[in-house]
Design a protein around this ligand. Structure first.
Ligand SMILES: Nc1ncnc2c1ncn2[C@@H]1O[C@H](COP(=O)(O)OP(=O)(O)OP(=O)(O)O)[C@@H](O)[C@H]1O
Length: 269
């Protein structure tokens, strides 16, 4: 369990970094009567990649989905506690959830481009949110988003082709470009590489590292190697608890908790 001592040690190290982008305080999540997340508190920093690791079923995805209210789409799910974005409670009544999900974008395990052109996949969000005045502004958003997602050179001559005709790795970068297009502040990634081959995975990992300069990124991963490669902070979950949270290098080389040690040395999971 994360004790007040361990949290304050981490908080002290983080103090120089200013206020967190997101803060979860005493968050529990239930599916019906079943508690899937138990009293989790965590700060998410901008310009950092935060990895959520832990054995299957420990609640990583459930907790990730609380950060942009994707659990609202599951009728049995109920969230208790407070989650703030820039100090504002995202569960307060009157919160515009569509706007929230633009600010806190999401990339899923399986690439899920719309069955529309590459251009339209990117333009759809900015159009809904009124981010472009006319065609040339929209063109610029599409180009900038595809460039940031490292896909522009591969698709610039075929923007009218269907997004679903791209390779799996390209589709995932298209989905990242789609999230970027609405100018998010946080990008949540739920096992974004699990359907990809090693080369496509390496590209996404490089991209995550580049994107870190602009956004707060949270990634759920089953791969401890991936967490060690891409993240600066790691949170280890077990049975719905946040067992340990800290600098990735400390979690992997010098964990404080026996359960973390057992997990990273492959004793279970
Ligand atoms: N829609 C749902 N309805 C009911 N229970 C759910 C639902 N989604 C998840 N759960 C349960 O909540 C717990 C946490 O699941 P979750 O998918 O968040 O874990 P996870 O750590 O992301 O797992 P994995 O690594 O296998 O994806 C599990 O016991 C799971 O069975």
């Amino acid at each position: 369990m994360v004790t007040s001592e361990t949290l304050s040690a981490d908080t002290t190290a983080a103090q120089d970094l200013g206020e967190p982008k997101m803060r979860a305080t005493d968050v529990s999540v239930f599916y019906g009567d079943k508690k899937a997340i138990d009293n989790v508190s965590i700060d998410i920093r901008t310009e950092h990649v935060t990895a959520f690791i832990g054995p299957s079923g420990c609640g990583k995805s459930t907790f990730l989905r609380t950060l942009n209210r994707m659990n609202d789409t599951i009728s049995s799910a109920r969230v208790e506690g407070v989650i703030e974005l820039d100090g504002e409670d995202i569960y307060q009544s009157g919160m515009d959830v569509v706007q929230l999900r633009a600010r806190v974008g999401m990339v899923f395990q399986k690439p899920n481009p719309f069955p529309k052109s590459i251009y339209e996949n990117i333009a759809y969000g900015p159009r809904i949110h009124g981010l472009a005045e006319g065609k040339s502004e929209m063109d610029a958003i599409v180009e900038r988003s595809l460039k940031r997602a490292g896909l522009w050179d591969e698709v610039k001559d075929r923007l009218d082709d269907s997004g679903t005709a791209l390779s799996g790795g390209q589709q995932q970068r298209l989905c990242i470009a789609r999230a970027i297009a609405v100018d998010p502040e946080v990008i949540l990634m739920d096992e974004p590489c699990s359907a990809l081959d090693p080369i496509a995975t390496a590209k996404i990992e490089e991209l995550i590292d580049e994107l870190r300069g602009r956004y707060a990124i949270v990634i759920v991963t089953h791969s401890m190697q991936q967490a060690a490669r891409v993240s600066q902070r790691t949170a280890f979950f077990h049975l719905g608890n946040l067992v340990e949270y800290g600098h990735t290098s400390d979690i992997f080389t010098n964990p404080r908790e026996k359960r973390t040690q057992d997990y990273i040395t492959g004793r279970y999971g």
